[in-house]
Write a new protein. Structure first.
Length: 135
């Protein structure tokens, strides 16, 4: 199994379409064996699904995600768990233990607004405390 997490400063990044990196976890027999940080080079919503597919990710943990990105992931066969927040490593451990708190309907509510591409500069939530854009 290969799990990717939208990633910034050790935390689950809260806006899938603007993530600049994924932390990727290779899992064997229910345990993380290798982790790698992969830069997305500012790929954007649609291309991020291709990035994940190319590196053979089958599961994504993320914060907010919109409908178009959800469809791209579904078409690529990537399971995703939205509405995840907090420490990325802890989120993966919770996922593996079957105790991950997530919200499959979590979306970044400000999508389409002009906010210089940085989720959090528009006052949608306090990302430093693990809140997602929809709160």
């Amino acid at each position: 199994m290969r799990i990717a997490v939208t990633y910034e400063d050790g935390q689950v990044f809260q806006h899938f379409g603007h993530t600049e990196r994924f932390k990727v976890y290779d899992v064997e027999n229910g345990k993380v064996t290798v982790t790698t940080v992969v830069n997305t080079n500012g790929s954007g919503h649609g291309a991020l699904g291709d990035v994940l597919k190319k590196i053979h990710v089958d599961t994504l943990l993320c914060g907010g995600i919109r409908g178009g990105a959800k469809r791209v992931l579904e078409e690529a066969g990537i399971r995703f768990y939205a509405g995840v927040s907090g420490d990325a490593d802890e989120a993966v451990q919770a996922f593996l233990a079957g105790t991950l708190a997530y919200n499959p309907d979590e979306e970044c509510a400000h999508h389409g607004e002009h906010h210089d591409g940085v989720c959090g500069e528009h006052g949608c939530g306090d990302h430093d405390r693990g809140h997602s854009c929809g709160e």
